[in-house]
Design a protein around this ligand. Structure first.
Ligand SMILES: [Cu+2]
Length: 686
């Protein structure tokens, strides 16, 4: 009986889909939108978006906010910029970030600078997200997924000047400027990219000013040599800096300086067997300062304090792609990365300026990995992909002392200790067309082992001692990913689900009571400890062209989790979220509305979470309405404008951080999202 009903349901869905498929509107027209409000899954587990397209809601000029338009992503808000991206409830190094193939790690022990704080999305031409542990060739540790920021490389046939420039103005004194200029000949390319962005404090829907101003700039120069159609060699150098006020803590970021140098090469069609060889080397240095005096008024009686961590990272990659026969792509290679972290700080700048102190090394990490990945179209409708990688990790704790508070420092129980581990990751996935049903279905299983990061080993205590360095075990995730992508005529959509079991999930517990130095007293410590956990969820997107030039869009994202060891919900999970949009777009004019409905979240585990945030209360639901319009008078010109949070709703993301008391500001319970925001952006490309 049940199976008959299922068959009937399947048949009626198929009928509905094929009827929709007969509509004349072309799918391509449906998605070439002027203002991006949602990003769809285009291939199994792959989401791709153009960071140069205007998007709504207006993102901060950093990598995290740009990801928010992708269903399943959310951002832990601390102020106006530098939020921590979270995908499927997983934050920090569970989500791997690759910038032009380089892995970026922030310097701040208090997580002021997630990797995305150093990413200027408009300096790139593509953002790709591979969901789940379903790839092994883009570095280690991508439990939740990997995000890649990439530039395009096309060889021209005659000398060409290419320019992309944009300017944006918005409420709260926001302005962004981007210039990307290159001169290309068939053999050589020189390219310069500069970005600048600033914003004053924004106000939430109630008009409460949030300590959130920021300013940031970046420059990048690159020179490429393309002696033939199949060879590409490039050297790159870049610098960026910024400052950002935070509404959730007692200090602001007054320096986010990054310097990077890289060399990259790629050779195609080396032989009939070898279709590509690529290699890369990079160096980057991050210098970060946080203090309580540059961007805020210091409370009376508190000394001027500053901390100045830095991190130096070197890395490289070598990979060979083979095509032994048509339909089989086989990649194998190695990647390595090493980084050194140091710190210096002053709790009384009047007495000792931190700039006069020596930097003290506190930690060193290194990783070397080998990987192999195959993708085989073994018949016209099915593809089998699989991969395996092994990583050798080592870490060393150089700290002689552990700083528990600004006032209390104790000897480090793990000083001088070194730890090593060999971790493995693997996946297998089948993608298939479904007989007469249009679209692709996929199912995959992945396993990912993640070495604890700096924030889990060095910045935290353990349950037993003041250092988590030798007690935090690597995290082991095994995940099932499945989904369906439909794309025909005027209807396109995708549905993806996942379920995982995580052994030794690294939980950050910020409410752990420990005996204090004074007999009989206790203190609250933030510790890292391993628990067993599981999480599951789904994302869906639907786009329906219901009339010429009109389309409706719906996306859904949901995640749940369980901390099995403590028998509680997993902390820091965003609530159910839906986005509904209706858009008109005739390629010259466009306008659209976006309704974002955020569910309430009462599944919380107070005091627990990840390196970027902890649960502190439940949140209510919210509906946020935004509208946008676009005008493309010529192929090269585009002007777009929008009103985000048009009804001036006061709301906060569930995973945003708690507000703190900043002198001169009303303290907010949670770092609220901006109130009504008007914006306008003009861009010119040729
Ligand atoms: Cu910091």
């Amino acid at each position: 009986m049940i199976s008959t009903r299922k068959k009937l349901l399947a048949a009626s869905i198929a009928a509905l889909l094929s009827q929709a498929g007969m509509n004349s509107l072309q799918a391509q027209e449906v998605i070439d939108e002027m203002v991006v409000t949602t990003v769809r899954m285009s291939e199994p587990l792959l989401v791709e978006t153009d960071p140069r397209k205007p998007r709504q809601p207006l993102p901060a000029h950093d990598g995290a906010d740009f990801l928010k338009t992708i269903p399943g992503f959310s951002v832990i808000r601390k102020g106006g910029a530098d939020g921590d991206p979270v995908f499927r409830g997983m934050a920090g190094s569970r989500l791997s970030l690759q910038v032009d193939g380089e892995s970026v790690l922030g310097g701040c022990g208090h997580r002021m600078d997630p990797p995305t704080a150093y990413i200027f999305p408009e300096a790139f031409e593509s953002i790709q997200v591979i969901k789940g542990p379903q790839s092994v060739q883009h570095g280690p540790g991508n439990a939740a997924g990997v995000v890649k920021f990439e530039r395009n490389r096309t060889r021209v046939t005659e000398p060409t000047v290419a320019i992309h420039t944009s300017a944006l103005g918005a409420s709260f004194g926001r302005h962004d400027e981007v210039l990307d200029a290159s001169y290309k000949t068939p053999e050589f390319t020189v390219r310069a990219i500069g970005t600048n962005a600033a914003q004053n404090n924004y106000k939430d829907g109630d008009g409460t000013e949030v300590h959130s101003n920021y300013q940031r700039w970046s420059t990048q120069l690159s020179a490429a040599w393309t002696p033939t159609d199949t060879q590409f060699y490039e050297i790159t150098a870049g610098r960026s800096d910024g400052e950002a006020a935070y509404a959730d803590r007692g200090m602001d970021g007054s320096l986010f300086e990054r310097e990077h140098y890289g060399f990259k090469g790629s050779i195609d069609n080396v032989s009939t067997l070898v279709s590509n060889i690529e290699f890369q080397y990079y160096y980057q240095y991050i210098d970060h300062v946080m203090d309580n005096y540059s961007l805020r008024t210091r409370p009376a009686g508190v000394t001027e304090r500053a901390m100045n961590p830095d991190r130096e990272t070197r890395g490289g990659k070598f990979a060979v792609t083979l095509q032994p026969f048509a339909g089989l792509t086989w990649v194998m290679g190695m990647d390595a990365q090493g980084n050194k972290h140091s710190d210096r700080s002053s709790m009384n700048m009047a007495m000792t300026d931190y700039r006069n102190l020596l930097r003290k090394r506190d930690a060193e990490f290194s990783q070397t990995g080998a990987f192999t990945e195959v993708s085989w179209d073994y018949n016209t409708t099915q593809t089998l992909s699989a991969g395996v990688r092994a990583d050798r990790w080592s870490a060393k704790d150089h700290r002689s002392m552990v700083m528990l508070t600004h006032m209390m420092t104790l000897p480090n129980p793990t000083t001088g200790m070194k730890r090593d581990d060999t971790l493995t990751s693997a996946f297998v996935r089948l993608e298939s067309q479904l007989g007469d049903m249009p679209g692709t279905v996929y199912v995959g299983v992945g396993h990912n082992e993640r070495f604890p990061d700096y924030w889990e080993l060095i910045s935290k205590e353990s349950a037993a001692t003041t250092s988590a360095f030798n007690s935090t075990d690597p995290e082991k995730l095994t995940q099932l990913d499945a989904g369906y992508i439909y794309n025909r005529g005027n209807l396109r959509g995708s549905f993806s689900v996942f379920y995982n079991e995580i052994k030794d999930y690294i939980l950050i517990d910020s409410a752990f009571r420990k005996p204090a130095a004074m007999m009989g007293m206790t203190r609250v410590a933030t510790i890292a400890r391993n628990v067993d956990a599981r999480s599951w969820g789904a994302e869906a997107d639907f786009t329906y062209g219901f009339a010429d030039n009109w389309r409706a869009e719906l996306t859904l994202a949901s995640v749940r989790g369980e901390n099995k060891t403590d028998n509680r919900t997993l902390a820091q999970l965003p609530p159910l979220e839906a986005r509904l949009g209706v858009h008109y777009d005739n390629q010259t004019w466009s306008f659209g509305t976006l309704l974002r409905a955020i569910g309430s979240q009462d599944r919380v585990d107070i005091g627990r979470g990840n390196i970027a945030g902890q649960d502190f209360s439940a949140t209510n639901s919210a509906n946020v309405l935004s509208i946008n319009a676009g005008w493309k008078p010529a192929a090269r010109w585009m002007v777009t404008a929008g009103v985000d949070n048009a009804l001036d709703k006061t709301y906060a993301e569930h995973i945003s951080r708690a507000g703190t008391d900043v002198a001169g500001y009303t303290q907010i319970a949670r770092v609220n999202e901006p109130g009504r925001t008007l914006w306008m952006k003009a861009q010119f490309t040729f």
